[in-house]
Design a protein around this ligand. Structure first.
Ligand code: HEC
Length: 165
């Protein structure tokens, strides 16, 4: 009795392993061709509204965790040009890339976090957009970190080394 059951389950397992049915199903989908259907007007790509919502001000709450994340992302994505302290003296600039303005200039001090998020999303002048590399939440984190750098006045004084913020 028990032996029979064991044999039966072995047979069943073997049948599962063969996977012939699955293969057939996969193969059959290759022959299915759907007719061309035009995209209806007003169609929003999947995720686009979620993206727009994630970028809408006021964005996520400014918490110590958000600032820490912003600092980390800023160092990775922005400091190569803008410098660790935001003075626009990162290593890329020392190799000949157009220097960005200092974050401590009056005009940039007046930028709201959402405007910084916009610059990261769309780029500006000679700065490329970073939308494909920096997630919307991280853009807010970076923007708040930039505001923090400005508020602390780090690097505002001339002659201060950007490597020691
Ligand atoms: C490859 C170099 C480079 C990188 C990396 C870079 N930037 Fe820039 N950024 C620039 C340059 C150059 C400008 C000046 C653009 C212009 O006015 O032509 C600029 C300008 C800006 C401005 C000022 C926009 C204004 O209103 O004038 C902000 C804010 C800014 N960048 C934020 C960021 C942030 C945040 C990051 C990281 C996600 C970043 N940048 C990464 C080169 C860079």
């Amino acid at each position: 009795m028990r032996v029979a059951a064991a044999i039966a389950s072995l047979v069943l397992l073997a049948a599962c392993d063969m996977g012939t049915e699955e293969r057939e199903a996969v193969a059959s989908t290759r022959t299915v061709q759907r007719g061309y259907a035009p995209v209806p007007p007003g169609t929003i790509p999947r995720g686009a509204s979620a993206q727009a919502a994630a970028l809408a001000p006021p964005g996520p709450e400014r918490t110590p965790a958000l600032l820490a994340r912003g600092e980390e992302r800023f160092r990775a994505f922005c400091s190569p040009c803008h410098g660790l302290s935001g003075r626009g003296d990162g290593p890329v600039v020392s190799r000949g890339f157009a220097p960005p303005p200092s974050y401590h200039e009056e005009r940039l001090r007046a930028l709201a976090p959402e405007q910084i998020v916009m610059v990261v999303t769309q780029g500006r002048g000679r700065m490329f957009p970073y939308a494909d590399r920096v997630l919307p939440e991280d853009r807010w984190a970076i923007a708040h970190y930039v505001k923090e750098l400005q508020a602390r006045g780090i690097g505002a004084a001339s002659g201060q080394k950007s490597t020691t913020p």
